[in-house]
Ligand binder design. Structure first.
Ligand SMILES: Nc1ncnc2c1ncn2[C@@H]1O[C@H](COP(=O)(O)OP(=O)(O)O)[C@@H](O)[C@H]1O
Ligand SMILES: [Mg+2]
Length: 301
């Protein structure tokens, strides 16, 4: 594999061409008064309560919140894997009633087919559906392989790839389907710090090139600031929107922006709200989670 620094430089090439209309062909998602709970009778727990939120076309909306607050539950609702108990989810004004190929979900776990090569994995969707001309499959696969730095690994099988490469192959596979909405649930969790940074840059360049509407779940506030146009900070269960922070850092984004005055201000603002939520939830349990939180992230208030 190319040295990480070299790969970073390659990934860094800005998107070329005219300024496209980023909202064209991209989905707008609306959650209206969504409720979701699990269990029955006294075992029942409300997870999401009266959640309303708009995910704007062509934007990356990051969902940030305490662990277990219901982020994956929201992902499953928007993906159409689960139904709300009350309220509705609309995509371009149409109610979500099940999964659809115009919504691609990338999870933390690898979902590559082990018996297919990188290239076969990436081209699997359109080949199966037969909805893209052969030439176009070829050229789009080549473009995406280059974009995620896997051209040399196109004929390798998933077990021959590192964890970071597998994640990149999955990204390319999802993008190959040209979804109107990408949903990513903590896709880079569990990667070591350097690999994660590399992933963030590869992903940023892909996102900034096409600006497919993206719902991106993360527990890392810096990742959210680096990637997002809008950060939705969730409260504890039952989950509601605690605060929305619009991130107006210019694009293309870069890591140095995180240490700028503006980047730092976003971080302080977001951490203060998360800290408050952490305090609220753990004061009842007697565990001093807020202290642990302060130890990890420093004082925020
Ligand atoms: N299918 C399910 N059945 C029962 N409980 C569930 C189900 N899915 C999620 N939960 C519960 O909902 C809560 C939120 O989970 P989740 O959405 O995975 O949180 P997060 O992704 O924010 O960590 C957890 O307490 C979890 O146990
Ligand atoms: Mg989750």
């Amino acid at each position: 594999m190319a040295a990480p620094a070299e790969a970073l430089n390659n990934a860094h090439k800005p998107a070329s061409g005219d300024t496209p209309n980023y909202a064209a062909g991209k989905a707008t998602v609306e959650l209206r008064g969504v409720h979701k709970g699990f269990g029955h009778d006294e075992e029942r727990e409300e997870i999401v309560e009266d959640l309303s939120l708009t995910i704007t076309a062509g934007q990356l909306t990051a969902l940030v919140g305490p662990s277990g607050c219901g982020k994956s539950t929201i992902v499953n609702l928007v993906a159409g894997y689960e139904r709300p108990d009350k309220g509705e989810i609309l995509i371009d004004g149409r109610k979500v009633s099940g999964a659809s190929q115009d919504r691609m979900v990338v999870f933390q776990e690898s979902a590559l087919f082990p018996w297919l090569t990188t290239r076969q994995n990436i081209t699997f969707g359109p080949r199966l559906r037969g909805d893209m001309p052969h030439d176009e499959i070829e050229s789009e696969a080549n473009r995406l392989l280059a974009r995620v730095g896997l051209t040399e690994f196109r004929d390798k099988y998933p077990t021959q790839l590192s964890g970071g490469m597998q994640r990149r192959a999955e990204l390319a596979r999802a993008m190959m389907n040209r979804p109107r909405l990408m949903i990513m649930d903590e896709p880079f969790r569990g990667l070591d710090a350097m690999t994660r940074k590399l992933m963030q840059i590869f992903f940023l360049r892909l996102f900034e090139e096409n600006r497919r509407t993206n719902l991106f779940v993360t527990s890392e506030i810096e990742e959210a600031i680096l990637l997002a146009d809008r950060i939705v900070i969730l409260s504890n269960r039952p989950t509601k929107v605690a605060r929305i922070v619009d991130v107006t850092l210019p694009r293309p984004r870069d890591f140095h922006m995180l240490s700028s005055r503006e980047g730092f201000d976003y971080k302080r603002e977001a951490l203060a709200i998360l800290h408050k939520e952490a305090q609220k939830s753990f004061s009842a349990t007697g565990k001093d989670f807020a202290d642990a939180f302060t130890k990890r992230y420093g004082k925020t208030t």
